[in-house]
Design a protein around this ligand. Structure first.
Ligand code: PMP
Length: 472
């Protein structure tokens, strides 16, 4: 089977540039040779996944039920047979230490026992009724306790939570515009698919079927740029700023000291609502970045791990915002709100979410995750330093990211420039072939409450070996 990744094909025609250094500070030839070697090794080691991949093409567009399953470094998808805790087993019987954890959906471990038990218990009592159950009382209290916000709604994905919150912000403020930071990702939310190019807002490249101009209603500025933010908010036409407290979908961009304070001040001053998307930064600690750093958003959204991996998301707001929502609703009059999906807030989601919030996503879980992730981040950093490779590591609690550039990026443009697809491809494949999964999109690792120190040590040591081979 022909490898699908373009770098493999490119490797064959580039022997003349063999000694050229790649941008990430490693010899290009080594990177390309490793990619070729590891691609071959993957193909040889995974005949069952390969066959399943072939069979899947009969009925699934591109051979997968969702296109991003092709975003891994592998020439065909790795089929999963089982996952439990922080370990995943593939169809060919290989076991993996899982540091991807479903890109956060399973960041508290695969099938946490209390969640699995709750799902099994609810399974024979009806799954969705379009009516509430007693569990909503407990879950509401748990969410308030965790995030300090009193009023909540449930959706099925973080995408929906963000989309609905944007609607509410527009209705409340009677302003049409939304502001996002360059390089942000908040799910498949049309309003957020805007990027900066040479100081101008443009559509995010590659959008399918996008027929109207998103830049009419969305402003975009660089993260950590207070002056640009101030200029963008000064006309008081922005309903809300939606952001993660640290950007985690373009490598990792940490807020510079004072930036989040300035953001909150500017929002308050211009009566712009602030939406904090905690879907990834829930890794920071109990109650997410918001609680840990005492942020005061108007809305908070959280998806992915909130029900232990069952599709569920929530959005919460202050009492003041809830009151303004009631006014906006009266003003809109009777009819259809433009929000709501049939399966949202079903009984099964609530059973899973209650078990997860009561027994899994607890302060004790973070007591395990945070020091272990710190150990992982510092371990990778030491491996990089030992070999004098110009990379660095950032982390927000249980989430760590090694970035193939010397300086911490201050914004989305710098973060984008720090991405080195060919190096990341080789490294990801090397790790995967040795039973270690990290997130496919960049170099992100997650540590769960059941990840062990031995798993962390193995990942650190294997990254070291990989760097030895790459830098040789
Ligand atoms: N917010 C953030 C910060 C995310 O990273 C993502 C997905 N990666 C989402 C929202 C959307 O989540 P979902 O795809 O589950 O809707």
């Amino acid at each position: 089977m022909a490898p699908l990744w373009p770098v493999v094909a490119a490797a064959e025609g580039q022997s003349a540039r063999i000694m050229e250094l790649s941008e990430a500070g490693l010899p290009k030839a080594q990177v390309e040779a490793m990619t070729k070697r590891e691609t071959d090794r993957y193909i040889q080691s995974n005949p069952i996944s390969q066959q399943l991949g072939e069979d899947a093409r009969a009925n699934w567009i591109k051979g997968v039920p969702h296109h991003w399953m092709l975003d891994w470094s592998t020439p065909f998808p790795l089929f999963v047979a089982d996952a439990m805790g922080a370990t995943l087993t593939d169809a060919d019987g290989h076991a993996y230490d899982d540091f991807c954890l479903g890109d956060t959906g399973s960041m508290f471990g695969h099938s946490p026992e209390p969640v699995a038990r709750a799902i099994a218990a609810q399974a024979s009592h009806g799954l969705t009724y379009m009516l509430p159950t007693e569990d909503i009382i407990a879950v509401g209290r748990l969410l308030e306790q965790m995030f300090g916000l009193p009023q909540w709604q449930v959706t099925t994905t973080a995408t929906d939570a963000n989309r609905f919150v944007i609607r509410w912000c527009r209705a409340i403020t009677k302003r049409t515009k939304v502001l996002v930071f360059h390089g942000a990702y908040h799910g498949a939310v049309d309003d957020t698919f805007v990027r900066l190019k040479n100081g101008k807002a443009i559509h995010r490249p590659g959008l399918i079927g996008q027929v109207y101009d998103l830049t009419t209603h969305t402003k975009v500025v660089e993260f950590n740029d207070v002056a640009a933010l101030e200029a963008a908010l000064k006309d008081r036409d922005v309903a809300c700023v939606i952001t993660e407290p640290a950007l985690t979908n373009i490598g990792m961009v940490l807020p510079q000291p004072g930036f989040l304070d300035a953001l909150q001040d500017l929002c308050r001053k211009t009566e712009t609502l602030l939406v904090i998307d905690e879907t990834h930064t829930i890794s920071t600690g109990y109650g997410g970045y918001t609680r840990t750093h005492n942020l005061k958003p108007d809305f908070l959204t959280l998806g992915k791990p909130v029900a232990g991996g069952l599709p569920t998301a929530v959005f919460g707001c202050t009492a003041e915002i809830a009151a303004r929502m009631r006014v906006a609703e009266q003003e809109a009059g009777s009819g259809y709100s433009g929000m709501g999906t049939t399966l949202s807030a079903n009984a099964l989601q609530f059973k899973a979410m209650r078990a997860n919030l009561e027994h899994v996503m607890t302060p004790a879980a973070y007591d395990h995750m945070l020091p272990l992730s710190e150990k992982l981040a510092r371990g990778i950093e030491a491996e990089i330093r030992k070999r004098d490779i110009p990379w660095h590591v950032s982390n927000v609690g249980a989430r760590a990211e090694f970035v193939c550039a010397p300086e911490r990026p201050r914004n989305g443009t710098e973060a984008q420039a720090a991405m080195h697809g060919p190096v990341e491809l080789a490294l990801h494949l090397y790790l995967l072939n040795r039973g270690l999964l990290i997130a496919p999109f960049h170099n992100m690792t997650l540590v769960s409450p059941v990840t062990t120190p031995a798993q962390v040590e193995r990942l650190v040591a294997t990254i070291g070996q990989c760097l030895d081979e790459l830098a040789a």
